[in-house]
Ligand binder design. Structure first.
Ligand code: FAD
Ligand code: THG
Length: 837
């Protein structure tokens, strides 16, 4: 009887465990950790313990003193979605003691023409990402926020759904919900280390012993990098101090707000002076980003903050705030009768690219991070993290925040410190989409670099690489073509930045003659071993198990069928493939899927090799005489590769062309690079070869309907919606994402090519799109370029399913509307005559 009871109890216990899900420990009870506990328990994973070394719930972390302004609109769709979710979720919380979210609305004012123009761009993002908002005159701004001196500003952007988060209250409410479902919150419990069995986490170590866990999520805020380092993980964030101060009582505010409401005026940003403002009942809180970057050494922090209220608060440095006060008084003249009464230098995280850091440790399964998250994005990040942990795939595309998005060079202390400091400086700056880092340049150069410099390359930076955008050496060519009647439409000042009309000449010349493109920075992996073919068949959508010499365009999907990447897979030998990829996330994904038996090895060969694309109608005339093998259309077919020689140089040639022209990607060991370039360049003189840059390259691929992963499509999109069903072979057998495709319903949106009507119209990406005169935004632009072939700007846009060629749309570019027509794809050379010959 006793035994039976015991057994029954055990079964009950087991089934309870099953219902409760794996044992989770969350490190940190700030806004991120508590939100995550709520999201996990809401998904049925109720065995959640949140530990914090501080008291609950004002733990002493960044959340404890966050003024909680939420401006949702962000250039990133993902970050805007995270913020929208935070607003929706916190707006629905009903914590003890009052509101968790106060929808004051948000107002950003412009005091310079540049900012005013940029607010138009921002209004466009809001439209694109579905955030209500409108541009207001200076007078309307002052009506909305009567403390603002209308004479100081040119106008503003108002978003009625922005507002204030009462951060600790939001923590408390989410913790209460999580606790009601079974979660536990442990105060005054510092995690001293992570315990593992060599492959996966088994718990965390505290002064009281080990807390066992199957899953550990590090939500330790700016302390998170230190903790992660203990398990060999680089979390590239820098703790930075940022000034926040509160004034004395402001007479005109007295009686406007109560202690309960705290604020009624919109939260306010004056980005031209790096300032933001909110009300605290009858006082004004002022945040300032204009001071020098103040990185914080975590090792000294305990000593530095000993006399302060919290371990994330440093003493206020008055001298840094002087310009902030001066400019605040100018914008809000009522402040002149007041002064700063309180202030502190609060600490929170900055990252090299301004995005959060999310994901699971690749070598230590079960160890996750959710770091460098603003209150603004906290609930959205927590939801995506919970989905990722529980379901395997987040429902929002998170590639911009992925822990493994960084190239090796971007994970060094020097890089992280320099770029994160720059991110602090630029936090309120007007940042052009084609503006590139100036510090730490020249880290990765292709073997053609010297030649490119001689040709006057204008370099930009990507993945640490120096990449030519265009070549000044082609200026004369551009002039000649202009004289011959080729159109070079004038650009507005904004779109002309980091751009040159020379790129039009380079694109035109590629279609008419021949050009050399440096493809070295194209990420490539060598996948080898007896299991290589099977692994690539499993990971990608197309049939790649073809003959040696085959090259296949294929997709990698996640389990939900979303596009994780698009690749070219070249079979160089039965057990050796070269994969042309999009960046570090591809290596991460492939590595995570390597079979345990050691039958496959993957290696990044990008830096050890180089690649030059030789493309254009004269490409064969240029290259064939250098090669002993037959490079005719039959000899080396489209999408085939060949190991051969050009002159004395061993090369691998692939008949692939992202620009959509006859020609090859020519690969060699990096050591041969300079000689390879010289050989082609010298032979090319008889064919009027030019070197062409990335702007021309981008324009040509858009003409050809070739998508760029990360911009045109992401994990949010299924292949069909992105027009890529041709790369999916359902019949080949099972592969990652196949089951999801089988049950997928028809997509709501589809990627379309559009052609602008006005030859001078230019867009740069992320602009909202309206259908035929309508006022409702129906989609957004992804990438765009001026097409020398068509004489118009072309763009991709996500538009409602059913949008068809011939449909007319309008695109808002910084406040001006431009008409465009949906075009059948590809816009240029649909018969593939240029490539297959
Ligand atoms: P935290 O709140 O710091 O939580 C991390 C927790 O982990 C802490 O409670 C800490 O005690 C605990 N912890 C750390 N290490 C351990 C360990 N080893 N063991 C156990 N526990 C540990 N964001 C906005 O969106 N809007 C704003 O207006 C805004 N204003 C800001 C103003 C200032 C002055 C500052 C400094 C920040 C501001 N932020 C704002 C940013 C925002 O405050 C933070 O990004 C956010 O609070 C971070 O939340 P978190 O949960 O990740 O970190
Ligand atoms: N070259 C190589 N690998 C790459 C790229 C590249 N990998 C990443 C990225 N670029 C992949 N993107 C593309 C997109 C389109 C094509 C090639 C790479 C392409 N598409 C043909 C088309 O759509 O008509 C494919 C036709 C087919 O499948 O036969 O060429 O630039 N090495």
């Amino acid at each position: 009887m006793c035994c039976v009871l015991h057994c029954a109890l055990r079964i009950m216990q087991q089934s309870e465990d099953l219902v409760a899900g794996p044992k989770v420990v969350v490190i940190g009870a700030g806004i991120v950790g508590s939100s995550l506990a709520d999201e996990l328990t809401a998904r049925g994973w109720t065995d959640v313990t949140v530990v914090d070394r501080g008291p609950l719930f004002a733990t002493g972390g960044s959340t404890s003193h966050a003024p909680g302004l939420v401006f949702q609109t962000n250039p990133s769709k993902t970050m805007s979605e995270f913020a929208k979710y935070t607003v929706a979720k916190f707006g629905g919380l009903a914590p003890d003691g009052g509101w968790a979210f106060n929808p004051t609305g948000g107002l950003e004012v412009a005091s310079t023409p540049e900012r005013w123009a940029d607010l138009h761009r921002k209004a466009g993002w809001a439209q694109s990402w579905g955030i209500p908002g409108e541009l207001l005159t200076a007078g309307q701004c002052a009506e909305l926020h009567p403390l603002v001196d209308a004479d100081r500003i040119l106008g503003g952007f108002h978003t009625p759904t922005d507002g204030l988060v009462k951060a600790v209250r939001a923590v408390q409410a989410q913790a209460a919900a999580a606790t009601a479902r079974g979660a536990t919150f442990l105060p005054n419990t510092e995690v001293l280390g992570v315990v593992d069995d060599g492959a996966k986490v088994t718990g965390v170590r505290t002064a009281d012993g080990v807390l066992p866990a199957d899953v550990v999520v590090c939500c330790a805020g700016f302390w998170g990098a230190q903790l992660a380092k203990q398990v060999g993980l680089v979390v590239p964030l820098v703790p930075m101090a940022h000034q926040y101060a509160t004034t004395g009582r402001i007479e005109p505010l007295v009686g406007r707000n109560t202690e309960a409401t705290e604020a009624g005026l919109p939260i306010l940003r004056h980005q031209d002076q790096d300032l933001y403002f909110r009300e605290h009942v009858d006082r004004i809180g002022i945040g300032y980003y204009g001071h020098r970057p103040m990185p914080v050494e975590v090792a000294n922090l305990a000593a530095d903050t000993a006399g302060e209220e919290m371990p994330s608060m440093l003493p206020f440095t008055d001298e840094d705030f002087v310009p902030a006060w001066r400019e605040s008084v100018k914008l809000l003249p009522v402040l002149q009768d007041s002064k700063i009464e309180q202030g502190f230098n609060g600490i929170f995280s900055f990252t090299p690219d301004g995005f959060s850091i999310m994901g699971e440790h690749r070598e230590l399964s079960g160890f996750w991070v959710a770091e460098a998250v603003w209150v603004t994005h906290s609930a959205g990040v927590a939801k995506a993290t919970a989905e990722w942990i529980v379901d395997g795939t987040p429902s929002t595309d998170v590639h911009e925040c992925d822990l493994y998005r960084f190239e090796d060079v971007a994970r060094t202390d020097d890089f992280v410190m320099t770029t994160s400091s720059q991110a602090f400086v630029e936090v309120y700056d007007i940042v052009h989409p084609h503006q590139y880092r100036e510090a730490l340049r020249g880290l990765r150069t292709s073997p053609f670099y010297g030649r490119q410099q001689e040709l006057g390359a204008y370099f930009y930076e990507g993945g640490g690489w120096e990449r030519p955008a265009w070549y000044e050496a082609n200026a004369q060519l551009a002039q000649r073509l202009r004289d011959d009647g080729l159109a070079f439409p004038e650009r507005d000042e904004w779109s002309a930045r980091f751009w040159s009309p020379i790129s039009i000449a380079e694109a035109h010349w590629t279609r008419e003659h021949v050009a050399m493109y440096d493809m070295t920075p194209l990420t490539r992996y060598e996948v080898t071993g007896p299991g290589a073919a099977a692994l690539l068949q499993w990971l990608t959508t197309n049939d790649v198990d073809k003959s040696v010499g085959s090259v296949t365009y294929t997709l990698m999907l996640d389990e939900s069928g979303g596009i994780r990447s698009d690749l070219t897979v070249a079979r160089l030998a039965p057990d050796r493939f070269q994969v042309g990829a999009n960046g570090p996330l591809d290596l991460d994904w492939i590595t995570r899927h390597l079979p345990d038996d050691g039958s496959v090895t993957v290696r990044d060969v990008t830096g050890a090799t180089c690649c030059v694309g030789v493309w254009g109608p004269a490409a064969r005339d240029l290259v064939a005489p250098l090669c002993g093998d037959d490079l005719s259309h039959r000899g080396l077919k489209y999408f085939r590769s060949l190991r051969t020689h050009l002159g004395a140089i061993p090369v691998t040639m692939m008949r692939v062309s992202y620009v959509g022209e006859l020609g090859w990607e020519i690969y060699a060991d990096a050591a041969y690079g300079a000689a390879l370039w010289d050989l082609l360049w010298t032979a090319g003189q008889a064919h009027d070869v030019i070197a062409a840059g990335r702007i021309a390259f981008n324009a040509l691929r858009i003409e050809k309907a070739y998508r760029a992963w990360g911009t045109d499509m992401t994990a949010e999109h299924l292949p069909g919606a992105a027009g890529l069903d041709f790369a999916v072979r359902m019949a080949k057998g099972d592969f990652v994402g196949r089951a999801a495709l089988e049950r997928a319903s028809a997509p709501q949106q589809t990627l379309c090519s559009i052609v602008f009507h006005d030859p001078t119209a230019v867009v740069l990406g992320k602009e909202p799109v309206y259908l035929d005169g309508g006022d409702a935004c129906v989609g957004y632009v992804t990438s765009a370029a001026y097409s020398a072939t068509v004489g118009r700007c072309l763009a991709y846009a996500w538009l409602p399913a059913g949008t068809a060629p011939g449909d007319v749309v309008a695109v808002d570019y910084r406040g001006s509307r431009y008409g465009a027509t949906v075009h059948a794809e590809p816009v240029v050379d649909p018969e593939m005559k240029r490539i297959r010959r």
